[in-house]
Design a protein around this ligand. Structure first.
Ligand code: GRF
Length: 206
């Protein structure tokens, strides 16, 4: 059973999707701690309501690595094995990344490497792509550049607005993020260069 640490800054709908999968026994893991860098994040309030260990570590005015050292200390205190970024609006320092090698996941609302960074749905719509989607990837030192674990494709409709497109992408996010976490929790991913290869699931008992 692996320990998950969830980092968020806002709404927390991906966190909720993960929490539901965990509660339904679909991921062999427990949520050991939820950390928000913002006191007013709705996701933080939701974690408290769910009775999960959750705390705010404010990031405002703190130097990046000093902040990350505080966060890593709390993650380690809770025995976290896998860190899930769920709308955590900060770039991690190399220090943080090296503390959890290949054990930090992020969800991005576009088909990477297209549209990294913020406002991905808006930029995809404005660019005129016919298909966009979402990506779960391992976090490396770049912005949304790490090895890709899984993706889901969402067609763009002619009458889409940023809101309607984002909503359809979000549904897919809620589906693939828990799946990707399950693969990592089951130790079923192997890296070959940038490629993440998925090992088959062993039949029960093996
Ligand atoms: C999602 O669109 C996710 O892809 C991006 O930030 C947003 C977080 O939404 N990284 P939520 O807080 O999980 O509802």
């Amino acid at each position: 059973m692996k320990n998950l640490g969830i980092l968020l800054s806002g709404r927390g709908s991906n966190f909720e999707a993960i929490a539901h999968s965990v509660a339904a026994g679909q991921i062999p893991a427990r949520i050991a701690v939820v950390i928000s860098n913002r006191e007013d994040a709705p996701g933080l309030a939701r974690a408290w309501q769910m009775g999960l260990p959750a705390r705010c570590i404010p990031s405002q005015g703190k130097e990046r690595e000093a902040y990350d050292r505080e966060v890593v200390a709390v993650l380690k205190e809770h025995g976290v094995d896998i860190v899930c970024l769920a709308g955590f609006m900060r770039i991690l320092s190399p220090y943080f990344i090296h503390e959890f090698p290949h054990r930090i996941l992020n969800i991005h609302p576009a088909l990477l490497p297209a549209f990294p960074g913020t406002d991905a749905q808006k930029r995809a719509l404005e660019y005129g792509v016919k298909y966009t989607g979402c990506t779960v990837h391992l976090v490396d030192e770049g912005v949304d550049t790490g090895p890709i674990i899984c993706q889901a494709v969402v067609p763009v409709r002619d009458d889409d607005t940023v809101e309607t497109l984002s909503a359809r992408i979000l549904e897919e996010e809620h589906r693939i993020y828990p799946e990707a976490i399950r693969l990592v929790a089951e130790d079923r991913i192997r890296l070959e260069g940038r490629r993440v290869l998925i090992q088959p699931r062993l039949p029960a008992g093996e």
